[in-house]
Design a protein around this ligand. Sequence first.
Ligand code: ADP
Ligand code: AMP
Length: 215
Amino acid sequence: MNVILFGPPGAGKGTQGELLADRFDLKRLSTGDLLREARRAGTELGRRAQQYMDAGELVPDAVILGIVREVMEAEAQRNGFIFDGFPRTEAQAAALADMLREMGTSLNAVVVLDIEDETLVRRLAGRLSCPGCGAVYNRYSEPPRVAGICDLCGAELVQRADDREETVRRRLEVYREQTAPVLDWYERNGAPMEHLDGDRPVRAIQTDLVALFDG
Ligand code: ADP
Ligand code: AMP
């Protein structure tokens, strides 16, 4: 089973992706998480990605496709993948289609989380991320049990540098200009698409998502 969770920054792709990956025993592949790990580890990849991420711009396709290919090859024995934050350009979508074909598999669905910009700006301003295990919280809507501390691993939660309002506005523009057109590409290519209203409680969205894939 291979699913793309598609939507603007803050739509809830990571939150829902974690839940769905657990539920169906899939590998969640978040290119944003992989890039942040590379930055923390101080690798060449992390250094190449840094300036783009901090500016809210897309990291070049060649860099992204290199890390995606590596993870897909390493995890090829899994039941499938949940792609979160990837693909973000038509070139990435076309390359993903080729990689899946090479693996003898295909996409089950592109699930789009629909949501208004103003809700996203508010959500991202409140997002708290765990640098230890990647868990995501929200100061307002999904607070950790102890303020500032990850429920799962006990690490101190941080606000992502690119969740500052100026950068968020740029990321939303980049989404509209460069990433939303990927949906037209999927439509032209006949991919199975589902739209869900992303402006509902986490559990309501999760119930709909599970129902889509539970047969
Ligand atoms: P994305 O991966 O699409 O950027 P996240 O899953 O990180 O989005 O969610 C962005 C922020 O919004 C986080 O702080 C998260 O806790 C919160 N959030 C996610 N889903 C919901 C929801 N359905 N309702 C309210 N807040 C949510
Ligand atoms: P995310 O965690 O998905 O919000 O991604 C954070 C940042 O990482 C983005 O603003 C981009 O700079 C970069 N990034 C993540 N995934 C991709 C991708 N598929 N293509 C290009 N850049 C990406």
